[in-house]
Design a protein around this ligand. Structure first.
Ligand code: GLN
Length: 249
């Protein structure tokens, strides 16, 4: 049976606004199609994971405090993670994790939390602790030439700069910075984004993009995914898009 193996980094520290739901949705959409799904977890103190042996590596959002605690542990694995990324392992990184894969995160007090420096961007929080990009967000995203709207929820003080290839264009909400037109960082095998929600439950097309990408890579095929019944997901998406984008008004 074909299968995908996922690694969830720091589930006890990086899990905000239902980020774990992303793993559950991947598992659900794999199993519905008859694929197996293995989920391993890594936290501080655990044995070093074999990063390259995974198909998907996931890490969620976390507050500044958690980020500063785990940054040192994460950086121990910098070369292994870089190698896994170079070899094409898929990375799904939400908010706090998105920031930690860049050069650094500068907190409200000016404290620097070093990043993995795997991607070229950096993040700085603005001095006023009360000013945060908070709320629903809608993006226009191009997945393999297909335009789709991606819906989520953002809550970050960090403002991310120097992104060469953003995940999407902001149709509603803030994005990488207050009032930005762009959101996230995107490569064929990387989605790094501020979107919680959880991201994948609201956006089945993004989930299937990741699944197809990872199965194709692993089994050297051009797999056609069996369509699933997304009636409820689409109903939910329509409601949200109507509300946020005032479609039909
Ligand atoms: N601590 C970061 C910020 O506020 C990330 C928060 C999050 O992961 N939601 O910018």
């Amino acid at each position: 049976m074909k299968e995908l193996k996922m690694l969830y980094l720091y589930p006890d520290m990086l899990e905000l606004y239902g980020d774990y739901g992303n793993i559950q949705v991947l598992k659900y959409r794999l199993e519905k199609r008859g694929f197996n799904c293995i989920i391993d977890k890594y936290s501080i103190g655990d044995e070093k994971p074999d990063f390259k042996s995974y198909d998907i590596i996931f890490a969620g959002g976390g507050a500044d405090n958690e980020q500063s605690i785990l940054s040192e542990d994460l950086i121990k694995y910098k070369e292994d993670i870089k190698e896994a990324e170079n070899e094409g392992v898929f990375f799904l990184l939400i908010c706090g994790a998105y920031q930690l894969f860049g050069k650094y995160y500068k907190g409200v007090e000016g404290n620097i939390i070093p990043g993995l420096e795997i991607f070229p961007y950096y993040t700085e929080a603005i001095a006023d602790r009360k000013k945060r990009c908070i709320g629903n967000i809608v993006l226009n995203v191009n997945l393999n030439g297909q335009e789709t709207k991606v819906i989520g929820f953002e809550n970050h003080g960090g403002q991310t700069y120097d992104i060469p290839t953003p995940f999407g264009k902001v149709l509603f909400g803030n994005g990488n910075k207050f009032g930005d037109t762009e959101e996230g960082f995107f490569k064929e095998n990387v989605i790094a984004t501020y979107l919680h929600g959880p991201l994948l439950s609201k956006n089945p097309e993004v989930t299937d993009y990741i699944i197809k990408h990872c199965l194709d890579r692993k089994y050297q095929e051009d797999i056609v995914l069996e369509p699933l019944n997304d009636e409820f997901e689409n109903l939910c998406r329509k409601q949200l898009l109507d509300r946020f984008l005032n479609i039909d008004k």
